[in-house]
Design a protein around this ligand. Structure first.
Ligand code: ADP
Ligand code: MG
Length: 377
């Protein structure tokens, strides 16, 4: 078992409050990702779960037991850090075996556990080498091995891949997802990288300034961001934001005006004073060439050709910055105006304080298996 509950958890480094009341339930066996900008409190929250940091207020329960006052070793957790924290003078075998030696396990038990972890992590041929002889990815696997042999209820990872180059990060993402499947363990994974969050998580917790902005499956956050912060944090290139004014709210949704053009968006209407300033959100990947419900005349200023996709950074006739992600070798050129269209069903709408109007897209009607990343064991 590895179920975790955080209740009204707070942390202050006087006079600053860093974690401002976090409530969260992590299910047994779940791969939960904490994501958010640098300094938002991800590591602090993880260290409080681990017991490396005292909590200022609130409660932490693991499998129903209150662990506020339990030292780290008694919590049944294992933590893997960005800096691998390996012993350079010890072999890979001894690095992985270290927690078992501390527990004074018999030699044959240690050997079988280390070998089992090495098999899972494809490190069998490296056991007699020193960390200095390994690549960054292999070193991180040794650090994970040291966590695995402890059979923790919950694995905690703090940006474990941030030191690796991009190609290796992509490989390790897949390995970690597979490891999660094999071990069926609860994992909490901290990253500032939204791609890591989207590709590995069962659910993502988006943190902003010490509070949870939203918790949900990756595609839930993509399709139904709760506010402007989540909307612009999840998705790459980031969501375009255009200033609009409210015209009417009724059963059909919200009618808004973008610089003289009126569209009705299928979102849950809220009584909104006509003329109220709102924000229209459009993901670059929802822009098509040619007219649609909303038509925009764009003038590209920068074009990036990635091969499978073309990214056009442009401005609208009104001078609002706007990015379009187009499939393949789109025939767009710098300084040549292009007509772009967006379907109203793809639009997002936010109120003056940045809260999203609920979109009518019904994720519960979608195949649940399609909402999450998946990997074969
Ligand atoms: P993240 O991991 O999301 O980048 P951290 O949890 O490391 O953020 O830090 C959150 C905030 O808490 C930062 O502003 C950081 O400066 C502050 N902080 C972290 N540890 C301490 C400490 N020991 N004393 C004072 N402030 C701290
Ligand atoms: Mg951190």
């Amino acid at each position: 078992m590895g179920q975790l509950t955080l209740s009204a958890v707070r942390k202050s480094y006087a006079p600053l409050e860093i974690i401002k009341g976090v409530n969260l339930e992590v299910r047994d066996g779940e791969f939960m990702v904490f994501v958010g900008p640098s300094g938002c409190g991800k590591s602090t929250l993880l260290r409080m779960i681990a017991g490396l940091e005292e909590i200022t207020a609130g409660d932490i329960h693991i499998d129903g037991q209150r662990v506020n006052d339990l030292p780290p070793v008694k919590r049944g957790i294992a933590m893997v850090f960005q800096s691998y924290a390996l012993y350079p003078h010890m072999s890979v075998f001894e690095n992985i075996a270290f927690p078992l030696r501390v527990e004074k396990l018999p030699e044959d038990k240690i050997k079988s556990q280390v070998e089992q972890a090495a098999r899972v992590l494809h490190l069998e041929s490296r056991l007699q080498q020193r960390p200095g002889q390994l690549s960054g990815g292999q070193r991180q696997r040794v650090a994970i091995g040291r966590a695995i042999v402890r059979h923790p209820k919950i694995f905690l990872f703090d940006e474990p891949l941030s030191n690796l180059d991009a190609a290796l990060r992509a490989d390790m993402r897949i390995e970690l997802a597979r490891l999660h499947k094999q071990l069926a363990a609860t994992m909490i994974y901290v990253t500032h990288d939204q791609i890591e969050a989207m590709t590995m998580a069962d659910r993502i917790v988006v943190l902003n300034g010490g509070v949870i902005a939203q918790v949900g499956a990756p595609l839930e956050l993509y399709h139904k961001p709760a506010d402007l912060f989540v909307a612009t944090f999840i998705g790459n290139p980031r969501m375009n934001l255009l200033p609009v004014t409210a015209v009417a709210s009724d059963g059909a949704g919200m009618t808004v005006d973008y610089r003289g053009q009126r569209v009705t968006l299928p979102v849950a209407a809220r009584p909104t004073e006509p003329g109220t300033a709102l924000t229209l959100g459009i993901r670059p990947d929802h822009v098509q060439i040619g007219p649609a419900d909303l038509a925009l005349s764009l003038k590209p200023t920068v074009i990036e050709r990635l091969g499978p996709q073309t990214v056009a950074y442009a401005s609208t006739e009104a001078g609002d910055g706007f990015c379009a992600l187009l499939p393949g070798m789109a025939g767009v050129r710098v300084d040549e105006p292009m007509l772009a269209g967006v379907r109203v069903t793809d639009c997002h709408l936010f109120d003056a304080v940045g809260r999203a109007y609920e979109r009518s897209i019904d994720l519960s009607q979608m195949d649940a298996g399609l909402l999450r990343p998946a990997v074969a064991a």
